[in-house]
Design a protein around this ligand. Sequence first.
Ligand SMILES: [Zn+2]
Length: 474
Amino acid sequence: MEKSKFFVTTPVYYVNDIPHIGHTYTTVAADVVARFWKQLGYDARLLTGTDEHGAKIAAAAKNHNKEPKEYADEISAEFKKAWQLLDIDFSRFIRTTDEDHIKVSQDFLQKLYDTGAIDPKPRLYKGLYCIGCEKFLSQNELKDGLCPDHLKPPVEHSEENYYFKLSAYQDRLIELIKNEDGKGIEVQPAKRKHEMLSKLELGLEDISISRANLEWGIPLPFDESHTTYVWIEALINYYTYGSPNKVWPADLHLVGKDIVWFHAVIWPAMLLAIGEQPPKQVFGHGFFTISGQKMSKSLGNVIKPSELVARYGVEGTRYVLLSAFPFGEDGDFSWETFDQLYNSNLANGLGNLVSRVSKLLELNKVTISQDQENIKPSLGLSELYSTLSLDQVLRNISEKVSTLDQKLNEWHPWEIKDPNTSSNWNEIVQGIRQIACDLYPFLPETSTKIRDIFSGPDVKKPEQALFPRLEVSS
Ligand SMILES: [Zn+2]
């Protein structure tokens, strides 16, 4: 029988910025999800990559005295390096400058044009344009006359753009997102779904999909004097991978909460227009503040993945990021709270349990069973993964660690004359093996180490602690 597939994506990250804790959060979460479905026997695919066209990139390259492609090459490489460092098992790292993406985007746009979803002629558009956002903003998106994200006034701008008839899809999108039959688009968490629906109820405007005076982009196949608007083109990357690899539709687009609209409304409408299926699930996760402040270059408080890895190791980083707060909520990062999470859950919790039990087994020459292969992910995990309750999965694991610790303390085998005869060991060893199995998507290397230690029949205490305790100044 053919394996079921599970196709998960991260956004393609815009190369005007180097990788930080926000990108890391999305990518690690996507990797965890993909690894879980793979562990269950699915053909799971993870797509990540970089978004490289647009006015901002052309300008940034110019500032650095570089060609746009040369500039994009450098930043894109930073992202790829970061994901390799973090043990992200991606199926492909896509770049929107890749040849196949350019070809698929042009075919996609031609189809939109041929079916009449794009106006045959460009329209003259006059409006308020935010250079930071690379888009026109409507009056009611402004706060005190400023772009709420960039805190700068938008500029008066007029140009000829081709338009996608987004307004034609309002009713179908509302029905899909309501998802009463379960065959539509599951927008999560629930508050994002409500946000999308209330915005949709207000009505949809057609959207501009091209730029007339910007060379750094993909030319429209039906009018090469225009390039494709970077937002529209970037969305197509999912299809560039998904369609030829026969994993379309995407099972999950994992995105930050600020771009749910693009993924749950605009992108599905584009797909409907060419007769393709919309994604099955769009999940918008929350943002990090840094010690209570918004993260920004100007405040100098940007946290890089390499800094996290230097302190917590690869697996410690994966753990602390996803256990800190519920995935759909906003949360705060501070070194103090992350240190504490690491020490209490990994160094003292899991690491200490493994060390304690393996030491006792070795000391008492206890032989253990070897039936490790039959262990499957705990029941109920699929449910938690399908709602991206990743922090809850980790909480369940921590509870299992505490239960085993407690059991050891009640039993105190170190005071028993001949502890190797006890059947209690079997229960404890099986418990640890179950923890290793459930932990695999988050901490693949640690999971393998634990499995090796307890593969039986003899147990040898590892020479190094799994998670060395961090010295924390108090
Ligand atoms: Zn802006």
